[in-house]
Design a protein around this ligand. Structure first.
Ligand code: SF4
Length: 117
């Protein structure tokens, strides 16, 4: 049996979790809710993260647009995802929630600010 300590990053409580694996079974101690248990299991098997960043625009009054992934992407794809985001340039005025990138490792990248204000 192996065990590891991780901090749950799902909410600001930051519960300290002890995750143990034995015969393919994963058990989690220290979580105060089911989200923490799900997080620990995903972290051990296929860790994912959401990503926030900014992209270039063609507009001088708002040269950078804040964006975030709508869902999560595999943790080992974060650097590749940042390269794609860095090479993205917005050419039309968008509002919060509009799609900036249709498919970034299985999720959309959306605007988190309005460009028309
Ligand atoms: S286990 Fe639940 S309460 Fe604790 S940090 Fe994770 S989501 Fe928050």
């Amino acid at each position: 049996m192996s065990s590891t300590e991780i901090v749950c990053i799902v909410c600001p409580n930051g519960c300290r979790l002890t995750v143990s694996q034995s015969d393919g079974e994963i058990s989690v101690q220290g979580a105060t809710c089911k989200k923490g248990i799900d997080f620990a299991k995903t972290e051990l098997t296929a860790p994912t993260r959401s990503l926030t960043s900014t992209v270039d625009t063609v507009f001088s009054d708002m040269p950078r647009l804040p964006v975030k992934t709508e869902g999560e992407i595999p943790k080992d794809k974060l650097l590749d995802a940042m390269k794609i985001i860095r090479n993205t340039k917005v050419t039309e005025r968008l509002k919060t929630g509009d799609t900036v990138i249709n498919d970034l490792f299985g999720t959309k990248v959306i605007a988190t600010a309005d460009m028309n204000i």
